[in-house]
Design a protein around this ligand. Structure first.
Ligand code: NAD
Length: 317
């Protein structure tokens, strides 16, 4: 009997047929999520029992889902953020979890920079003005030569730092594991959290959502920031306390924020959407042709390696 594979990411195979061609060789039975949105836990619980493997996006692979998936041997994450997968339970049950490091970091770094520029120069507002047959000017602030604080200097954080050198920025960084060699090479300086928050004009988050990182940016941290500071979050919504952010933006404790990610996605009934000094996007940091192609290929490689008895290249620990 052929192995049954569930594919949940909406963009999988959309920009290139290569991931499907790779899968074709194995005669798997493929079921694609065609609901147009990610599955919730109950929907996964209803179907997971039948599957040998899953290529997963942001859908919740919880303890209950893993326990119900009696045949499941591999969860292949299409991306790098593993916070939607219960890694401990997967390990306990012997389900291998693979992921795709290096596939989307440049896309997300581009996006974080784009958000910074768009918000600083109010470009989304200007677009709206001209479309509405108005001809007005909006005064923004320069990015060039300012101080950027990068929280998390892994693949994406390093990409943002590299881009910041081109804008002649002073680069401050914070990470559990500082990469001094990289910092020295590009002129970036590791500092403590308080210094980074107090000194930066732009603060950008590139850490995973772990227990320690939950609400890492709360009212105390927002109070430490300059009133002209701009916060960019392309990482995970849970890293920022959204109630505290709402108050900081509403009462101009900071100048602005750009969010690609939210504590609950999509962010329906979220008060942040009412504010004017915020720029919003729909978890699109990795949504490029380039990253989509790479994530598709690497996710298939991870899945196939486990199901065909080979050593997976990128196994989550
Ligand atoms: P990465 O693993 O390369 O880097 C993460 C960095 O965070 C590492 O340098 C690590 O040392 C640091 N870190 C981890 N825990 C920490 C802690 N407690 N305190 C301080 N530093 C800590 O990951 P990456 O590829 O740069 O991705 C970062 C995050 O971006 C992902 O976890 C994911 O949540 C998010 N992401 C979002 C999108 C999007 O579409 N918006 C796409 C890809 C990734």
């Amino acid at each position: 009997m052929s192995k049954k594979i569930l594919i949940t990411p909406r963009s999988f195979g959309k920009t290139s047929n290569v991931p499907f061609e790779m899968l074709d060789k194995y005669n798997y039975e493929l079921i694609k999520n065609d609901t147009g949105k990610k599955y919730n836990e109950d929907e996964l619980l209803e179907i997971i029992e039948d599957f040998d493997g899953i290529i997963v996006g942001l859908d919740p692979i919880t303890e209950r889902v893993l326990e119900k998936g009696k045949k499941l041997r591999v969860v292949s994450k299409y991306g790098v953020g593993l916070d939607n997968i219960d890694l401990e339970t997967a390990k306990k049950l012997g389900v291998k979890v693979t992921y795709t490091p290096g596939a989307n970091n440049e896309s997300v770094a581009d996006f974080a920079f784009a958000l910074m520029l768009t918000l600083s120069r109010k470009i989304s507002k200007l677009d709206e003005i001209v479309r509405n047959n108005r001809w007005e000017k909006k005064i923004g602030t320069e990015v060039y030569g300012k101080t950027i604080g990068i929280i998390g200097t892994g693949a994406i954080g390093k990409g943002v730092a590299g881009r910041a050198t081109g804008f002649n920025m002073e680069i401050l960084a914070y990470d559990l594991y500082p990469n001094e060699a990289f910092a020295n090479r590009i002129g970036m300086k590791y500092v403590d959290k308080k210094t980074l928050l107090e000194k930066s004009d732009f603060i950008t988050l590139h850490v995973p959502l772990t227990d320690e990182m939950y609400h890492f940016i709360d009212s105390e941290e927002l109070n430490m920031m300059k009133d002209s500071a701009i916060l960019i979050n392309t990482s995970r919504g849970g890293i920022v306390n959204e109630d505290a952010l709402y108050n900081a933006l509403k009462y101009n404790k900071i100048a602005g924020a750009a969010l690609d990610v939210y504590e609950t996605e999509p962010p329906t009934n979220n008060r942040l959407l009412e504010l004017d000094n915020i720029l919003l996007s729909s978890h699109c940091g990795a949504s490029t042709v380039d990253a989509t192609n790479r994530m598709g290929v690497m996710a298939v490689e991870g899945l196939v390696s486990v199901l065909e008895g080979m050593e997976p290249k990128y196994l989550a620990k």
